[in-house]
Ligand binder design. Sequence first.
Ligand code: GDP
Length: 484
Amino acid sequence: LPQISRDTRFTLEHAGAYVGDLITPTLRLGVTGLSRAGKTVFITALVKCLCEGGANPPFARLSGIEGLRAYLEPQPDDDVPRFQYEDHLNALQSEPPHWPQSTRRISELRLTLEWPSRGGLFEFLGLSQRLHIDIVDYPGEWLIDLALLDQSYQEWSQHALYTVQRPVFSALAKPFLEFLSTVDPEGVADEQVAIRGAELYTQFLQSARNSGTPYAGLGPGRFLLPGDLEGSPQLTFFPTKTEGGAVESESLLALLERRFASYRKNIVKPFFEAHFSRIDRQIVLVDVLSALNGGAEGLRALEDGLEGVMRAIRPRSESWLAYILGRRIDRIAFAATKADHVHRNAHRQLEDILSKSVSRAAKRAEAAGSAFQCIALAALQATTDVHKDIQGEHLFGVRGIPEAGERIGGRTFDGSRGAVVFPGDLPEDALDAFDEDRARPEHFGFVKFRPPTLERREAGAQVNAWPHIGLDKAFAFLFEDHLP
Ligand code: GDP
């Protein structure tokens, strides 16, 4: 490059910094998954590892990029709450450590990666290369609402009542179904009936979700996680038995139809337009181990949920959504979270089971196109592996501190003492887990663990160890093509 005066160089540098800012590429990473799948812990761990990896980042590939640093910047969207990274990190680093408050609504955080330029005008001007990663955390329950955009109230009611009447839910659904048998949809609209019906239907959804049979297709999503809409009249509808045909405008049915339409128009559609449609990369966190606890039925439920995700990510081409969504999300990582509940020997099987669920769901949703990868993940590893040979039998388990109230073989833990847990062998052939006769949920005993005690970094001392499984793999799959 030619010799230039100091003034010219100064001007060029300023112009360069300005242009650099304008041309810094931004990738929006969507982080989703059903409630308690592990979104909050994942984002906190990822940011912590990237920003404070220091001289010895846990991401080996990144430590090879000389001069790379990562830092948080003010997020670009003023109307979206910020992801409370510092609070969540404090929870995990407190004494004793505890898990942070889970995701309840959408939030966002801007992470910037920066490294020195190699070659060209940028290096000459001493400018860095940068990449903004806007992390958008949102409940998977809201994503599954996408299905509603293509449905009428009648279609949705039919689908919802089919779920309510599943044999596994018979006890939980009783209050709602009894109420429903007293309701005349053709009768005159009564606001109190709509409110009562919505309350009972919401109670059913919540208890079904907490019942240990994670039926991911349950919705509408805002009934489970209302975010800022708690108590809003837009959430006062419920499914009814309808015959189709003409609807009297003063009837209860007409009122429920209107509410459903307004939920779709004012809640679901804006969410997709304002947030979802702008996502470039997506990670879907899945609690596969909880699904395995529910046996073949649990995995069917998981697959239904993933099908909903697939439909959202790859809408059918004739849908109006294809217009908005068709352009993006070229990489999706699916992560089986809490992989530290099992020995590392079982991680391949865990990935296989997730991979089967994802492929089957993708086929059902006729989704193809995006590259996807399945990863066994523990954003914060709370256990260490244990291997014992007892009378010629190889046993693989994990050691950690079970949460207060957890039970193993009749023993209840108080949250203060460590234990070795042998959670049972995952099936060698992933297909067995999907088979009614061969799935063996009774063989599994997964236990929740307290987060590990992390060494606090003293000024000037070496960097914290942040134990994790697969966080680097997930990061590499999602972003490597944008790094030097
Ligand atoms: P969210 O609802 O998707 O935001 O879920 P969270 O990130 O809050 O995680 C829910 C719960 O899952 C936590 O409170 C922990 O009990 C557990 N969890 C999440 N990530 C991990 C992990 O990496 N290891 C272990 N052992 N447990 C985890």
